[in-house]
Design a protein around this ligand. Structure first.
Ligand SMILES: Cc1ncc(COP(=O)(O)O)c(C=O)c1O
Length: 395
């Protein structure tokens, strides 16, 4: 049923003729691996140029990109990594796989992202890194976070998976931190089907990323604990074509998102996610909050009856997810989750997770609704949606 709803996430993606030609060329050349091909390197150069960064290393997903990024900056046993309590769970996997300790910080009431104010209370002498996700496409307030990271000598990693093209202080997100990670899964602002990229500032980090991406082997010698998370030439060919279309696609997203946000601000008592002063939203998703006390599930149902899709993206803060509950009760699943719990058996974090109640994370989880903005979403869809909401939750 939901396939027929406006803004349902079932819309098919359109891949251009140049993507098709690029894929065919790679196939006919008979070289689909990065080891032998040229597309991946060309895509990395195109992407670095677009971001205004020096080095980009293409990988198999945003998740592996985060994993590599944390390994590259040296996160390991006993190191704490600060992440938002309300974000995509992939960040947690990356920290735990690197044997780091997740420390949750609250989010800003307007941008719903980490800020210097929310992170500072969680910084300790064990903090190794902060991972800031620019959630749903809204940039975090980066200048304060950069200053905080410098002041404490910690690494700043930007998770730009949902925010390719968002800006703050006239710079693209991804250019502030030590490392930035992007995802090209199929609901992102550009897609390679699956895929991701890691953007770094120094030649040393780029070299380390490339080594870890391909087994951590060099000259037949195993040098480190590596991954195999290369992007294929087919994906890179699609990426080059998608990147060329990105500015046009992002302009449409921005028109739709800013128009809908301003209509909700004026015509309803809903609160759209806000962008810090001087920033621009990449609108991978359009997300808004119902007034506390209003019933978001009921509104979602009423919208569905009118033909619109709006659901929760993350129904609860991550620290309430099963993994954390299982850790708290001492009963995690076998394998890494169990081993990790044993390694940190005497650490006070388990008690901290059990009692965690971050005010804004809880509030946003309770009150938000949203949808993925797709390339087929139109301004008139946005207007119809705003008309419906003005009738249901007037200002
Ligand atoms: C904020 C965020 N970070 C990381 C990821 C992981 O990206 P991927 O699906 O490419 O592994 C996602 C995926 O949706 C995401 O939304």
């Amino acid at each position: 049923m939901s396939g027929e709803l406006t803004f349902a996430p079932t819309a098919r993606r359109h891949y251009s003729d140049s993507a098709v030609i690029g894929v065919e060329r790679a196939l006919r050349r008979g070289r689909l691996s990065v080891v032998f091909g040229r597309q991946t390197m060309a895509f990395e150069n195109d992407f670095a140029r677009y971001i205004g960064a020096k080095y980009a290393v293409a990988v198999s997903s945003g998740s592996t990109g985060l994993d590599l990024a944390l390994q590259c900056v040296g996160v390991s046993l006993g190191d704490e990594v600060v992440v938002a309590g309300f974000t995509f769970p992939g960040t947690i996997n990356a920290v735990v796989r690197n044997l780091g300790i997740v420390r949750f910080a609250d989010i800003d009431p307007d941008t719903w992202n980490l800020s210097a104010t929310t992170v500072e209370p969680v910084i300790s002498n064990k903090t190794k890194a902060i991972v800031v996700s620019h959630l749903f496409g809204a940039p975090a307030s980066m200048s304060g976070l950069v200053d905080l990271a410098h002041a404490h000598g910690v690494q700043l990693i930007e998770d730009c998976a949902q925010a390719l093209g968002a800006t703050i202080d006239e710079r693209l997100v991804g250019t502030f931190g030590d490392i930035a990670v992007y995802s090209f899964n199929e609901i992102k602002n550009m897609s390679t089907g699956e895929g991701g990229i890691v953007v770094v500032k120094t030649a040393d980090l780029a070299e380390r990323c490339r080594l870890l991406r391909l087994y951590a082997m060099s000259g037949g010698e195993l040098l480190d604990v590596g991954h195999k998370c290369t992007m294929t030439e087919l994906e890179a060919a699609v990426g080059r074509a998608q990147l060329a279309e990105l500015p046009t696609q992002n302009k449409l997203r921005s028109e739709l998102g800013t128009r809908l946000a301003s209509r909700l601000e004026v015509g309803t008592r809903l609160v759209p996610q806000r962008v810090p002063y001087g920033g621009t939203h990449a609108y991978s998703r359009f997300v808004f909050m119902v007034a506390d006390g209003d019933d978001s599930a009921d509104l979602s149902k009423r919208l569905e009856i009118k033909g619109f899709y709006a659901r929760k993206v993350y129904p609860s803060p991550i620290y309430h997810h099963t993994l954390f509950r299982d850790w708290a009760t001492g009963n995690p699943r076998p394998g890494l989750a169990s081993g990790y719990r044993r390694v940190y058996a005497s650490n006070p974090i388990w008690e901290e997770y059990r009692n965690l109640d971050l005010e804004m994370c809880e509030k946003i989880a309770r009150t938000h609704l949203g949808f993925v903005v797709t390339e087929s979403s139109t301004i008139s869809d946005a207007d119809n949606f705003a008309d419906a909401l003005e009738g249901m939750v007037p200002a």
